[in-house]
Design a protein around this ligand. Structure first.
Ligand code: KIV
Ligand code: NA
Length: 265
């Protein structure tokens, strides 16, 4: 199979072919998502929530991200693997940002890194790109800054913030980022950004005019519960599937139905 590269994504934008991205944190799931045709697998720092059960993305460490990323890389034949730089490993210190990115690339075998923010992280982005490491940006709702904003509500509704987001997006494109995640902003603004910048935009709660879409896999598959943002479409109810399979297994064990004659040596 032909691997997806950052150049593939650029060509897809130019051809008007939408990019399908999902998160992945482990080998088994990455294999399935790759087989299903996902173009990009994001080893998101949402692993902090989804895999580790933390309330925010802040606690996850670089070592933990590298463990998740290396597992995903081993499961993938086609998709581009992008890894989030976790909180505290790139902000305010571009040399640390480069060091963190190099560790991710060397130790996991992933293909690119992603980080949150605009102007305030431009030095870090510049330095990582100079080392030949592809960088994806992330604007709008940036969960690593949750304690600055206080809520997970829609961002850039006001024109001043929208204007700042557009100029940040232009800056990211000019620096040489290969793509840009737009999280939870008005669809009209995401459309404006997608038409303004020449690099692909990937939306989560950014409407249909982004160049691609991304969802957290466990949300999309209905493994997580009690999370119902408007932008989330559930494609399966695996919570119920897995709970019922578990209950059936438990019942069979208790009743000594399992294992039967053929299931033993
Ligand atoms: O960590 C994550 O899952 C993300 C996506 C929501 C874009 O950054
Ligand atoms: Na993230």
């Amino acid at each position: 199979v032909k691997r997806v590269t950052t150049h593939t994504l650029q060509a897809m934008k130019e051809a008007g072919e939408k990019i399908a991205m999902l998160t992945a944190y482990d080998f088994s799931m990455a294999r399935i998502l790759d087989a299903g045709g996902a173009d990009v697998l994001l080893v998101g720092d949402s692993a902090s929530n989804v895999m580790a059960g933390h309330e925010t993305t802040l606690p996850i460490t670089l070592d933990q991200m590298i463990y998740h990323a290396s597992s995903v890389v081993r499961g993938v034949q086609r998709a581009l693997v992008v890894v989030d730089l976790p909180f505290g490993t790139y902000q305010g210190d571009s040399k640390m940002a480069l060091k963190s990115s190099i560790r991710i690339m060397k130790e996991s075998g992933a293909h690119a890194v992603k980080l949150e923010g605009g102007q305030e992280v431009s030095e870090s982005i510049r330095r990582i790109l100079k080392a030949g490491i592809p960088v994806m940006g992330h604007l709008g709702l940036t969960p690593q800054s949750i304690y600055k904003f206080g809520t997970y509500t829609v961002r850039a509704r006001e024109e001043a913030e929208a204007q700042r987001l557009v100029s940040d997006a232009e800056m990211l494109a000019e620096l040489g980022c290969f793509g840009l995640v737009l999280e939870k902003i008005p669809a009209k603004l995401a459309k404006r950004v997608s038409e303004t910048v020449n690099i692909p935009t990937v939306g989560i709660g950014g409407g249909n005019d982004c160049d691609g879409q991304v969802l957290v896999t466990q949300d999309m598959l209905g493994i997580t519960k009690d999370f119902h943002p408007r932008f989330l479409r559930r494609y399966a109810d695996l919570f119920t599937v897995i709970r019922e399979a578990t209950a059936a297994y438990v019942a069979d064990v208790k009743s000594q139905d399992f294992p039967n004659e053929e299931e033993q040596y």
